[in-house]
Design a protein around this ligand. Sequence first.
Ligand code: ADP
Ligand code: ASP
Ligand code: MG
Length: 600
Amino acid sequence: MALIVQKFGGTSVADSGKILAAARRAIQAHLRGDQVVVVVSARGHTTDELIALAREITDQPPARELDMLLSTGEQVSVALMAMAVQSLGVPAISFTGAQIGLVTDSFHTRARIRDISTERIRSALDRGQIVIVAGFQGIDQNANITTLGRGGSDTTAVALAAVLGADACEIYTDVDGVYTTDPRLVAEARKIDRISYDEMLELASLGAGVMHSRSIEFAKKYGVPIHVRSSFSDAEGTWIVGEADARLVGVSVTGAALQKDEARVTVLGVPDRPGVVHELFRRIGRAAIVVDMIVQNVATDGTTEVSFTVAAGDLPQTLRVAEEAARFIGAAGVDHDPEVAKVSIVGLGMRTHTGVATIMFRALAEAGINIQMITTSEIKISVLVERAAAVPALRAVHKAFGLEELASVRIADFRPRRLASPALGIVTPEDGQGPVDPGMEDLVIAGVELDTSQARVTLLDLPDRPGYAARVFQEIADAGVFVDMIVQNAAQAGNTHLSFTVPRVMVDNAAAAASRAEPRCRVAVQPELSKLSVIGVGMRTHTGVATRMFGALAQQGINIALISTSEVRINVLTDLASGPSGLACLRQAFGLPEVSLAAS
Ligand code: ADP
Ligand code: ASP
Ligand code: MG
């Protein structure tokens, strides 16, 4: 007998007919002999309507009362679903988040799950009932109702699957799986048969709204296989699984995503000394603003520019905080662009395929789209473009990687394995000092790494026009050089610096290739660098990680020369000599056991 969790999204329970159809699906599994837990979202646009209603009363609804209001949407759904199952002759019982003891922290409207008690669910299952649980909601330690953030029912479902040891979590929605990109934006998008947790984590956090990214953090931490599929057909959907089951041979890029409503903020003339970046992001973190892309380029004349993006709605507050911070740290000022969008590509295959960046940059150049900012990590490349070019940019990139022809390798009768020993690392509460009373959704740090083999090449004062990135990386790829991080900051006065790291042994070849591509540009080489990485799960949704990392380095007096971030790691470059002490202070800051430096 299997235990499965089925989650039905808003459109899948929008009216009574759809609720009955969902009930029949649950019953089908029940009659097969499985124990079934159903998680439901609010019907249709209920959550949006409730938010609009609150806004009719006040511009700034108090968060506690907003949660009280929003949680009603899911409560309506569970009651109707339980009635539907019972009307079809099968015993069922509905529960709110509070009733199953889904305990969260107290951050209203974006609460994190701390604990779920399974007793009540288990005893109902043992009585032969289908258990129906309200998604998206919980209670804090003082019994206040909380919600998990928009799209959070996915997270309830996967978290339940995790604590119950379910064999799978089925996500029923209005598409029949995870596509190579949003099929509403690119009609040529193709369904992906299997995708790894890390790829889905990146895609979800880079804009693929099909899954709440925090649900994938749970899935990865606890080894839960997820099956995303259509409520309206029986077609096999997409399995989100461990890397060993997901890897598609010969595919470098698995999907593309768009985050349309971003704003860029650049702090200009930032003094290049330890602690300055930390001070900036500490202030932003304290204001509870979620920062997305962080880009810091090389310092020239003792100052550097630090850019980052935030959700467009957070711009006014971010500017206030950034301007204050700029004054405090003695920066020259703050510049911003409210109308940008981020286009990203994601794929495990990028780790081993060279030239992926070249293809992306060339596609954008050929479409006449200027790249304003670049950041990369092991399995993703993100670029910032003007918002008006967002969808054309996504289409161009999707086509360039042949994603409309992506035919994944289908293994007959693929059945995922629930991972026996999930990849759990050390749990460190973001605000606490050590691993005390870890909550289910606390940050997991898997490790800290030091790489002393990299060198950096920078093209200084490149004229900011479409095409240069494509030219440079074509020349680099032709020279057979493997590029690791790429970082380009927003242009100032029409010029920008483009930096990338390569294995030190290849740095001369790389610099020569860069000069060939841009003969009029000055090329600077920094052959001796340390790359320090903090690795974990859900690094970006836990906004405190970057701040803690920068803070630890600042305390040690270590200057940060370059930054890149992703869902699974934050990388910084420092001078070569600072590597070992940087590694030690980061291990300490993240509560990892000390290791002898010789062993690292
Ligand atoms: P639900 O209400 O069931 O949770 P959502 O609206 O949250 O459904 O998610 C499904 C939607 O996600 C799809 O209709 C689709 O437009 C959008 N989407 C964005 N990116 C992707 C993608 N890569 N694959 C599939 N759907 C995507
Ligand atoms: N009803 C909530 C929302 O609309 C949660 C969810 O649907 O996942 O965001
Ligand atoms: Mg959703």
